[in-house]
Design a protein around this ligand. Structure first.
Ligand SMILES: [Fe+2]
Ligand SMILES: [Fe+2]
Length: 371
């Protein structure tokens, strides 16, 4: 008889991870789950796609790199890693400054939702697919995301809350994206996730006095998982050169602009969280964009010109319009709301129309996490 796995960190498959004790017996926190249920432009969404089209991908043109990556993921160096150990210090949630506490919980809930969004999408692809290569990859990625989500829920549970993942799977709205949009969006979210986690990890390595919660100590192995997931999507895109040429380059530019600017706006909503980390959100954004741009040159023929004078101005305008929009929603002021929406739209157009930086894409996408 199989002994049930106690913790998602020790699971070998996504099914085992989701059935583990720390994903069950969940403290159902209504507030956290309600937060995770939100579907706005700025909150993580759940996606669905044309799974048959994705299942039909032939990876033979990238076989060598593919097999290497899959072997690495199967070797599973992070098995057992994503759970508390003796280096996990006690967190004084009650003594935490209320604004920091609220923003940090918001950060954890939104990270948990994003991890779980990946898990649900990858698990569904694995369930529906027949293509051995695709099924294997998505099983491995779903396993990782279930562990990541489980670990964040461990942290949240200490604050007396947790996101009800079963409820989310059933009740959260799913957004349909064609496979190619899934590639662009998911590839970018994996790679920017790597850049975000490693930047915080390196910063806290140099300034441990700002590490106000133990979870940040786990960020290096964590971001290496995300890095591998991004590698997989780079290979998937490499199998079809049309995905990264012609009119699709405009879509790539759109997703780059959307992902970067969403991150900027969202991070600026958490000033106390960034102050506690000792991180200036403008510096952080530029660091993360620089790293992500460098990485995405592995497969995208363009990068955004983040040093263009209109870039920072556009981000600030978008962020202010968004703050005003949130105020107008609260007060029910329709005129102010429409004005803020128009300004947000104009700021996005201004960002999107900055000329891109073009470059030659290498023959092989293969990269190592070097930051
Ligand atoms: Fe993850
Ligand atoms: Fe991931």
């Amino acid at each position: 008889m199989n002994v049930p796995i106690k913790h998602s960190a020790d699971a070998s498959t996504v099914e085992e991870a989701l059935a583990a004790d720390n994903h069950q017996g969940i403290v159902d926190s209504e507030a956290a789950t309600a937060l995770a249920m939100q579907n706005t432009l700025l909150t993580p969404r759940f996606y669905t796609t044309d799974f048959d089209e994705m299942d039909a991908i032939d990876v033979s043109s990238v076989r060598e790199d593919w097999d290497l990556l899959i072997a690495q993921m199967k070797a599973d160096p992070n098995k057992g890693h994503f759970k508390k150990n003796e280096t996990w210090e006690k967190v004084d949630w009650d003594g935490m400054e209320p604004k920091l506490r609220a923003e940090f919980i918001d950060f954890l809930v939104s990270s948990c939702t994003a991890e779980f969004s990946g898990c649900v999408l990858y698990k569904e692809m694995k369930r529906r697919g027949n293509n051995e290569d695709i099924v294997t990859l998505f099983q491995l990625m779903a396993r990782d995301e279930a562990r990541h989500a489980g670990f964040i829920n461990d942290a949240l549970r200490e604050a007396g809350i947790a996101v009800n993942l079963g409820f989310l799977t059933q009740k959260k709205k799913y957004t349909y994206f064609r496979p190619k949009f899934i590639y662009y969006a998911t590839y970018l979210s994996e790679k920017i996730g790597y850049a975000r986690y490693i930047t915080i990890f390196r910063h806290l390595e140099a300034h441990p006095e700002h590490r106000f919660h133990p979870i940040f100590k786990w960020f290096r192995e964590w971001c290496n998982d995300e890095f591998s997931h991004g590698e997989a999507f780079a290979l998937l895109m490499k199998t079809d050169p049309k995905l990264t040429s012609g009119m699709n380059v405009l879509w790539i530019k759109f997703f780059l602009t959307a992902v970067y600017s969403t991150m900027y706006v969202r991070d600026h909503q958490r000033p106390a969280f960034h102050a506690a980390l000792g991180v200036d959100p403008d510096w952080y954004a530029h660091e993360v964009f620089t790293k992500t741009s460098e990485i995405t040159k592995q497969v995208f023929p363009i990068t955004l010109d983040i040093d263009h004078p209109r870039w920072q101005r556009g981000l600030v305008a978008l962020q202010r319009a968004n703050a005003d929009l949130a105020d107008a929603k609260k007060t029910g002021n329709i005129v102010k709301r429409l004005g803020a929406m128009a300004r947000a739209g104009a700021a996005f157009v201004s960002l999107y129309t900055i000329p891109t930086v073009k470059h030659q894409v290498p023959a092989s996408t293969r990269l190592e996490p070097v930051y």
